[in-house]
Design a protein around this ligand. Structure first.
Ligand code: C2E
Ligand code: MG
Ligand code: MG
Length: 449
């Protein structure tokens, strides 16, 4: 790593401005001293262990918002004083950026693990005592570079990658994770996904596949679900579960959903122009649309542009829609209904799906989550639950679709208990739309038809 001259850094206003965006001048100087120190110590002590840990306070935004600026800064002071006071000679510590700290400790990774655990526990106890039971926990990644040829910045990147993995743990407790190649690859992959997502629609990298749904009585394909995939230039095919969460975080999911809807409208138009009876197609809609005041109008405008009847489109939303304000959700669903769209509640029976929501919101279709279907063969209890859900949905005039049907036995039970429509690998995998056209309409249609 290049040696960094702190004085030179300070006299370089552009570089400094960039660094100071999220940090104070003290922390920038401290960071560069840290880098100088470990670079220097690496030079002097050839072969010495330079285990680096990166850590951050978990639930940072929650603590900041709940306890306010003053107590947050108090916590940062406690962390800095506490850790700095416990360093031995040749060990270094610095705040690195907004809510991230770096620490270089001597000893085996296991010893460092124990030391850090103790420090985090003690800081947490102190905060709970001093500040109204404030529960502070940490996400920490440890990387031991001994035996590798890693530069200091690579060591920092790797311990930071392990820290990110620790912060994903579902518990709220302190988590310390040792770096592994698998962690690094997934962090690198995720950061490429996050960075490149904004251009995916513009660069025409998204493709839409379609999975047929079958009427359980007649065995005929009566509808289908559109599912997006991303053909990334270097990472290859990326499934939606790997990028939709980032798209939700950044808001790009709005463009993605509209792109999928437009693709389906174009096909619908083509099918109708070529004289076939189209089947209804479901598109997944993120809950983010609900906060967009123009959502209903833009979806309807799309129908008008391609001259497609809204009753050919099913809009699938999950129970997460209920995280929005109920009044606006009710109003938006009502308006969509008025236009004639079919409304489908996706993934029912897993997560937080509530009966209150079923009562309040005007859905036409209930999609049983694949977790419920997967359990069918395990016990009579799961069949009884499904039977009652199906009966309840029918009582309130909802069609029931089972997703994730993988076996003949599951299909048989679902049919027995009155499920209307089924979707799953047992019947068909998601496929390119051209293949769907050939199998369902019996012909491949050119764009001119
Ligand atoms: P979903 O809407 O519940 O879609 C059904 C998922 O189950 C699809 O996964 C489908 O390939 C998979 N599946 C179908 N049959 C079976 C089966 O028999 N067994 C198993 N194990 N899985 C089956 P996929 O395509 O990976 O999509 C995952 C999720 O990504 C979707 O779940 C949906 O929530 C989201 N998604 C997909 N496309 C879009 C989109 O255009 N917009 C938005 N906002 N979300 C999308
Ligand atoms: Mg769906
Ligand atoms: Mg689903």
């Amino acid at each position: 790593m290049d040696k960094i001259d702190v004085k030179n850094l300070i006299s370089n206003p552009n570089k400094l401005d960039e660094l100071l965006k999220n940090a104070t001048i003290d922390s920038v100087i401290s960071y560069y001293r840290f880098m100088e120190n470990i670079t220097e110590s690496e030079k002097n002590d050839n072969g010495l262990r330079h285990t680096i840990a990166a850590f951050s306070v978990r639930r940072f935004s929650y603590l900041f918002q709940t306890y306010g600026d003053g107590i947050w800064h108090y916590l940062l002071d406690v962390i800095e004083d506490y850790i700095s006071d416990r360093l031995d000679e040749g060990e270094f510590f610095t705040p690195a950026s907004n809510n991230k700290y770096l620490i270089q400790l001597k000893g085996s990774p296991e010893e460092i693990f124990r030391r850090l655990y103790l420090y985090f526990d003690e800081i947490s106890e102190k905060m709970a005592l001093d500040k109204c039971h404030m529960k502070v926990t940490f996400a920490c990644g440890i990387y031991d570079p001994s035996g590798s040829a890693d530069s200091v910045s690579e060591v920092i990147k790797k311990s930071t990658a392990a820290m990110h993995r620790a912060s994903l743990a579902s518990s709220c407790s302190t988590e310390i994770v040792f770096y592994s190649e698998e962690i690094y690859k997934s962090v690198v992959r995720n950061s490429i996904i996050e960075q490149d997502l904004c251009n995916a629609v513009k660069n025409n990298e998204l493709i839409v596949e379609i999975q047929p749904k079958y009427d359980m009585k007649t065995g005929k394909c009566v509808s289908a679900e559109a599912l997006v995939r991303w053909m990334h230039p270097t990472l290859g095919r990326i499934p939606p579960d790997d990028f939709i969460p980032y798209a939700e975080k950044t808001g790009f999911v709005i463009d993605i959903d509209m792109y999928v809807l437009e693709t389906i409208c174009k096909y619908m138009r083509k099918w109708m122009d070529s004289g076939v009876n189209p089947v209804t197609v479901a598109v997944n809609q993120s809950r983010l649309h609900i906060s967009d005041p123009h959502y209903v109008d833009s979806v309807f405008a799309m129908m008008q542009e391609y001259d497609v009847w809204p009753n050919l489109i099913e809009l699938e939303t999950t129970e997460s829609i209920a995280f929005n304000d109920y009044t606006s959700v009710t109003e938006i669903l009502h308006r969509l209904h008025d236009y004639g769209f079919i409304l489908s509640m996706d993934d029912f029976g897993s997560g937080y799906s509530s009966l209150y929501m079923l009562n309040e919101l005007e859905y036409d279709e209930l999609k049983l989550d694949k977790k419920l279907v997967e359990n069918i063969n395990r016990s009579d209890r799961s069949i009884a639950i499904l039977r009652h859900i199906v009966a309840m949905a029918h009582d309130i005039n909802m069609t029931v679709v089972a997703e994730g049907v993988e076996t003949a036995e599951q299909a048989r039970v679902l049919k027995d208990i009155g499920c209307d429509v089924a979707q799953g690998f047992y019947y068909s995998y998601p496929m390119p739309i051209e293949r769907f056209e050939a199998s369902v309409f019996g012909k491949i249609m050119s764009d001119e038809t």
